[in-house]
Design a binder for this molecule. Structure first.
Ligand code: BES
Ligand code: MN
Ligand code: ZN
Length: 499
């Protein structure tokens, strides 16, 4: 991760100088000093380039001061100050990153931004700087990004530093999540994924790993049914963060719980998927990747909350012992499922994990994340995750948190009429409900594993099949794994479940 520091304004003598500039505003502070050194060349250069500071505009000037100044000056338009939003400032930071990556060091003239926006600019910049390059061995030195250190010259450096602390922890969580999701499926088997959770203990998290033996004892017939077609054994990881006691109260209220679908590769099983695009199914563990990243973020910023993260890890393969369409499995809850389509495996994994979570922790609310259905991409594209929720308050909290961090969710309906589509002739339910409302019937299936506990456990399901991966660069997300949900759920906790 790029190193961020908040410093007193001073002109850099090499690397990049970034000027975040408001629309039609005169240069201020550092920028003016630079312009003076360049004898008005910066103002002139920006004018000549037609740069007005409009949102989305950018302009690079090369060595405007000659040999005693920065190698490049990058102006980033912020638009009118009255219209600044966190999202826009983060995007500006992201845009800056893509223009300065070839330099080793950069200074950002962030004096005009105020502490909060200066930190947001840093966050956007850092998030856009993510790269997964473990498996590149032949890339030329000159093509590699070099940026290591960015100093933000801010008026309120102390306040900006304080704002940055927790943001940095969240960025670490986002990176961990992106790393897990980007890993190829031959490397990241369920066992390896689980091992990658172990180091989180250093952050103060409790990490337990359960294997097939333990899961058999717990009666995880649904999860184990999916796993049985693969040589690679399943795992479940239970992560616990106890941060509420820090606020003085003795862990009085039950924890919040986050659950993730972790199918490290989804071939579809015996209901085999077509070849085209099947490689995308390496990120069918993105729900689990998000939960792990989220737990790292919460622990990293010492969130004042008790939180549980549980991931169900399996590989869905068509091995000789694979489950068949027509099999009936008994879930940990005791309910039986007729497996009509072995490709509807995520809900089978989550059914057992959800039941386990409620039995053991009786959480105050439970949010699951899963790349559950292709149908959610048809419904919402890549712009919103689908949200299904049995509780209006939780739904509103999630929708608001999503808007704040630009990870938007769109609420979808639940209802008895949809639930009827799951009726089986020989078991309590079947695992698919037909094509109409495919994402909804998947959610109905999950809801059958929400305990009624009078009232029912407040529960939300986020179908992130359309948002877990991006096929193009976005303002603060390079093409690839997005870590969608880490920032959203971190914000949910910060806004409603802490202090
Ligand atoms: N992992 C897939 C869902 C998916 C599809 C995610 C495309 C991302 C992109 C899931 O396990 C699946 O296969 N779902 C089936 C359900 C169907 C068999 C009822 C689907 O969406 O086709
Ligand atoms: Mn599937
Ligand atoms: Zn799947």
């Amino acid at each position: 991760m790029i190193d961020i520091a908040f410093v007193k304004p001073a002109l850099p003598r090499h690397g990049a100088l970034v000027l975040p500039l408001a629309e039609e505003a005169p240069l201020s502070g550092l920028a003016q000093a630079l312009d003076t050194a360049a004898a008005g060349g910066v103002t002139r250069g920006l004018e000549a380039a037609g740069f007005r500071g409009r949102k989305g505009q950018s302009c690079t000037l090369w060595a405007p001061v000659g040999e005693h100044g920065p190698a490049r000056v990058v102006a980033i338009g912020l638009g009118k100050p009255g219209e600044w939003t966190t999202e826009a400032i983060e995007a500006a930071g992201g845009a800056a990153l893509s223009l300065i990556q070839a330099e080793r060091e950069a200074v950002v003239a962030a004096e005009g931004l105020g502490a909060g926006f200066a930190a947001s600019f840093a966050l956007g910049l850092v998030l856009r700087g993510y790269r997964f390059d473990r498996y590149r061995t032949t890339e030329k030195e000159e093509d590699k990004p070099k940026l290591e250190k960015v100093a933000l010259a801010a008026d309120a450096a102390t306040a900006a530093r304080a704002a940055w602390g927790p943001m940095r922890a969240v960025a670490e969580g986002v990176f961990l999540s992106r790393d897990l999701v980007s890993e190829p499926p031959n490397v990241l088997t369920p066992a390896v994924f689980a091992e990658r959770c172990k180091p989180l203990e250093k952050l103060g998290l409790g990490v337990e790993i359960l294997g097939p033996k333990e899961m058999r004892k717990l009666g995880f017939g649904a999860l184990l049914g999916v796993a049985q077609g693969s040589e690679n054994e399943p795992r479940m990881v239970v992560m616990q963060w106890h941060g509420a006691a820090a606020r003085g109260k003795k862990a009085a209220s039950p924890p919040v719980a986050f659950l993730g679908k972790g199918v490290t590769f989804d071939t579809g099983g015996i209901s085999l998927k077509p070849a085209a695009g099947m490689e995308d199914m390496k990120w069918d563990m993105a729900g689990a990747g998000t939960v792990v990243g989220l737990m790292a973020a919460l622990a990293g910023r010492k969130a004042r909350v008790d939180a549980i993260g549980i991931v169900g890890l399996v590989e869905n393969m068509p091995g000789s012992n694979a489950q068949r369409p027509g099999d009936v499995v008994t879930t940990a809850s005791g309910q039986t499922v007729e497996v009509i389509n072995t490709d509807a495996e995520g809900r089978l994994v989550l059914a057992d994990v959800m039941h386990y979570c409620q039995e053991r922790f009786a959480p105050r609310c439970m949010v699951d994340l899963a790349t559950l259905t292709g149908a959610i991409i048809i419904a919402l594209g890549h712009e919103h995750a689908g949200m299904f929720c049995n509780n209006d308050e939780l739904a509103q909290q999630l929708a608001a948190a999503g808007r704040e961090v630009a990870e938007p969710v769109w609420r979808m309906p639940l209802g008895d009429a949809y639930d009827k589509q799951l009726k089986s002739d020989i078991a309590d339910m079947k695992n698919v409900g037909g094509r109409p409302g495919g994402s909804i019937t998947a959610a109905q299936f999950l809801q059958r594993f929400v305990q009624k506990r009078d009232p029912a456990t407040p529960w939300a399901h986020l179908d992130i099949a359309g948002t877990a991966w991006s096929s193009k660069d976005l303002p603060t997300i390079p093409k690839g794994a997005t870590a969608f949900g880490v920032r959203l759920l971190d914000r949910l906790v910060a806004d409603h479940y802490e202090g």
